[in-house]
Write a protein that binds this ligand. Structure first.
Ligand SMILES: Cc1ncc(COP(=O)(O)O)c(C=O)c1O
Length: 370
């Protein structure tokens, strides 16, 4: 292995649901750990994917011709400003590979999506982490860390795991300060959930003035196609050309392309998804506060919750009750969990399980005090 790869942190995926159920002897577990669409994929996307399966003896279209054409119309951008990835993850990796090398600097927030640091370390770039302030990007501080060495800046808007967003005014002030030689990746994986929030940036419009900007979005979240892996980036054609240099030729599979095309058409499914998330967010936020927890104000389909006790322990205990969330210990947030907003029954099950975990803990504490 190359020496520097020893410093690369491995992304820790959760165990498969079936495996956890077997290991813990539980049934009907619910997974609220990976910010997926609780309602499932659009039935139209599933039908299109199934039809496409008949053609999988052929390679996929490496240029994503039909998806490109449709998405370009949908977003009102030129087809040549689009690039597709095996999930938007792959575009983040391609951006790092194309623009950052040994000893270059990659600027990120802390906490943020773990892939940014992993991708930068693989390229032997130096990762500069700027702590958030009250779970919001500290763009003033990030600005001070910009230098001639900065090659890539990652901004997740909204951010994972915190769920908050940067309004357009603040974002533009920051973009103005970024040297032209540095690329800004604006990761909008949760765009559909956040877009109607007050002051949320119209990022595609910003592309006209900022040629060093890449906006990434995905079919994994609101469109419910995480398992198929398809995401996209929008940028100036010169930037797209650089990304294409490092792109695998057949990186988006044939079933994913067909399903994504159909998912774009299923506006009713998207509406249902957004409504379920908005309702679930209200319910969870109210219930979690009632239980005495701090909840970070989110515009996404997940929530960062300060459980005020060891997050790994809470995670374990919830797991035994058949509820899978994410402990935030790996992000350095030892008393926080992140929970994905589920279907109403799932949200209720989570609250019930958490209430039991907490009240048990309280009675243990009380008996210790005696
Ligand atoms: C902030 C952020 N960006 C990007 C992604 C990657 O999503 P995908 O590769 O499925 O498009 C995620 C997934 O969790 C995310 O939270």
């Amino acid at each position: 292995m190359k020496e520097h790869l020893k410093h690369v942190k491995n992304y820790q995926p959760g165990k498969p649901l079936e495996e956890l159920q077997r290991e813990y002897g539980i049934r009907h577990a619910i997974k609220l750990a990976s910010n997926e669409n609780a309602l499932g994929p659009s039935p139209k996307a599933v039908a299109a994917g199934r039809r496409a399966l008949k053609g999988v003896h052929r390679y996929p279209d490496g240029g994503c011709f039909y998806l490109r054409r449709k998405l370009a119309r949908f977003l009102k951008v030129a087809p040549k400003t689009l690039v597709f990835g095996n999930g938007s993850d792959e575009i983040l990796v391609m951006a790092t590979r194309a623009f950052a090398g040994p000893d270059d600097e990659v600027l990120i927030a802390d906490p943020t999506f773990l892939i940014y640091e992993i991708a930068a370390t693989v390229e032997r770039a130096r990762v500069i982490k700027v702590p958030m302030r009250s779970f919001r990007y500290d763009l003033e501080a990030m600005r001070r860390r910009l230098s001639g060495r900065t090659k890539v800046v990652f901004i997740a808007n909204p951010d994972n795991p915190v769920g908050t967003y940067i309004p357009e005014k603040e974002l533009v002030a920051f973009l103005k300060a970024v040297p032209a030689g540095a690329i800004v990746v604006l990761d909008e994986a949760y765009y559909e959930f956040a877009k109607d929030s007050a002051g949320y940036p119209d990022s595609l419009k910003l592309l006209k003035n900022y040629k060093n900007l890449i906006v990434t979005r995905t079919f994994s979240k609101a469109y419910g196609l995480s398992g198929l892996r398809v995401g996209y980036g929008v940028a100036d054609p010169s930037v797209i050309a650089a990304l294409n240099k490092v792109r695998e030729p057949f990186n988006v599979n044939l079933v994913a392309q067909a399903a994504a095309l159909a998912a774009l058409d299923d506006k009713a499914h998207l509406r249902r998804t957004l409504r379920a998330v908005a309702d679930g967010r209200k319910f969870l936020s109210r219930e979690l506060k009632r239980l005495g927890f701090e909840v970070v104000d989110t515009v996404t389909n997940f929530m960062l919750v300060r459980v005020k006790r060891d997050a790994k322990d809470v995670y374990e205990k919830l797991l035994r009750k058949g509820v899978i969330v994410r402990s935030m210990a790996a992000w350095g947030l030892g008393d926080f969990i992140r929970v994905t907003i589920g279907k109403p029954a799932e949200n209720r099950k989570f609250i019930k399980a958490l209430t039991e975990v907490v009240s048990r803990q309280k009675s243990v504490d009380r008996s210790r005090e005696k």
